[in-house]
Design a protein around this ligand. Structure first.
Ligand code: TXA
Ligand code: MG
Length: 339
């Protein structure tokens, strides 16, 4: 008989049983307000190694350490710059990960061999409850097979990891739908390594000097050191080939109508009039918030519908649009057609 992953609810009893798994060195799928994570005790090397194995994740791609209380930050970081403390007070609990110098107690396997560590305090009540019941910070990447779109509901986790992990806690559909904003600090500046729900405009309340790392919108340059190892790898990719079209709506429809239609599917970002449009499509949403919420599910649906090529018109870049575009670019391996 094949081994099945157990689906747990968010009751106190279920959280306790998930925490027992964590304490015994196991890995558990957990909901957060961004995407589902695959959690282990951040200090337990053997448990963290199970995460890398289950996901097929490259060993040099560090995990985010999740805490339930600001005071726990010193268990993971050796130094907390004043700017980081300001960010934590303003945006935690929430979808912000800060890269800080690592506490030597955090094993190298967790930090992908780096001397820094990404730390985040999630706001989802089930995540907070699981960290508290486990009594340790939890290392957790997104709970997908490495390279595929991040999971935004428990079913997505099962689709990727059923039989590979003992349990997943079902906390419903994730609110944000896109992973946390990842930042690091450079003197008095904040540098965004991965855009998310906490936008550059929001971070500018903390310091006026907010920079976007080049890797957010450009392919990784193998001659230069990478600011965040995740930038090196293929990401968020459905099985279908994704092509981003940078154009207005009319040009987009005209361009797509000239392409090979077998297996083509369009992702629509906006409120385009689709009357008379004779290709299958998925509406991702009209606003940046809806687009972020729905993007990964839309990429997974496109695969379920057997799409071979996904044409996506470039979304607007304001608000969470920057994060949506960043994920889309990576799903497309930076294939952009500019009309
Ligand atoms: O919202 C999220 O951040 C979700 C939930 C589960 O918390 N987690 C998540 O983890 O998206 P993951 O592993 O899929 O993405 C973490 C990203 C990777 O691109 C990784 O390279 C980067 O953060 N990262 C982690 N630690 C880092 C560090 N010390 N320095 C630079 N980048 C780091
Ligand atoms: Mg991930």
């Amino acid at each position: 008989m094949t081994f099945q992953t157990k689906m747990l609810d968010c009751s106190a009893e279920s959280i306790e049983s998930a925490a027992r798994l964590i304490k015994s060195g196991e890995i558990v799928g957990m909901p957060t307000e961004t995407v589902y994570g695959l959690a282990a005790d951040a200090f337990n090397e053997a448990a963290v190694e199970k995460i890398f194995k289950a996901k097929g994740r490259p060993a040099d791609n560090p995990l985010i350490v999740h805490i339930s209380d600001i005071a726990m930050i010193s268990e993971a970081a050796s130094e907390i710059p004043a700017l980081a403390l300001k960010c934590a007070k303003e945006f935690w609990p929430g979808p912000l990960t800060m890269v800080l110098p690592k506490n030597p107690d955090i094993p190298s396997v967790t930090s992908g061999g780096l001397d820094t560590v990404g730390i985040r305090m999630p706001s989802h009540p089930a995540t907070k409850a699981l960290i508290e019941a486990s009594g340790t910070p939890l290392a957790a990447p997104s709970a997908n097979i490495s390279g595929s779109p991040s999971p935004t509901c428990a079913e997505h986790v099962l689709n990727d990891l059923n039989g590979k992990i003992p349990a997943v806690i079902d906390g419903g559909v994730c609110d944000a739908g896109i992973e946390s904003t990842v930042i690091c600090f450079e003197q008095n500046a904040i540098k965004i390594l991965r855009p998310g729900k906490i936008t550059a405009q929001m971070l500018a309340q903390i310091t006026p000097d907010v920079r976007l790392d080049k890797g957010v919108l450009h392919p990784f340059d193998s001659d230069k050191p990478v600011a965040s190892p995740g930038m090196k790898y293929k990401h968020y990719s459905p099985k279908a080939e994704v092509i981003v079209i940078d154009s207005d709506a009319d040009e987009f429809f005209y361009y797509v109508s000239k392409q090979d239609k077998s297996g083509a599917l369009c992702l629509i970002f906006g409120d385009e009039n689709l009357d008379g449009f004779n290709l299958p499509y998925i509406s991702v949403g009209a606003t940046d918030v809806q687009q972020a919420h729905n993007l990964f599910d839309a990429l997974r649906q496109a695969d379920e519908r057997g799409a071979k090529t996904i044409y996506a018109r470039c979304p607007k870049l304001d608000g969470m649009g920057m994060a949506v575009y960043n994920r889309l670019l990576r799903a497309a391996a930076f294939r952009v057609v500019k009309l």
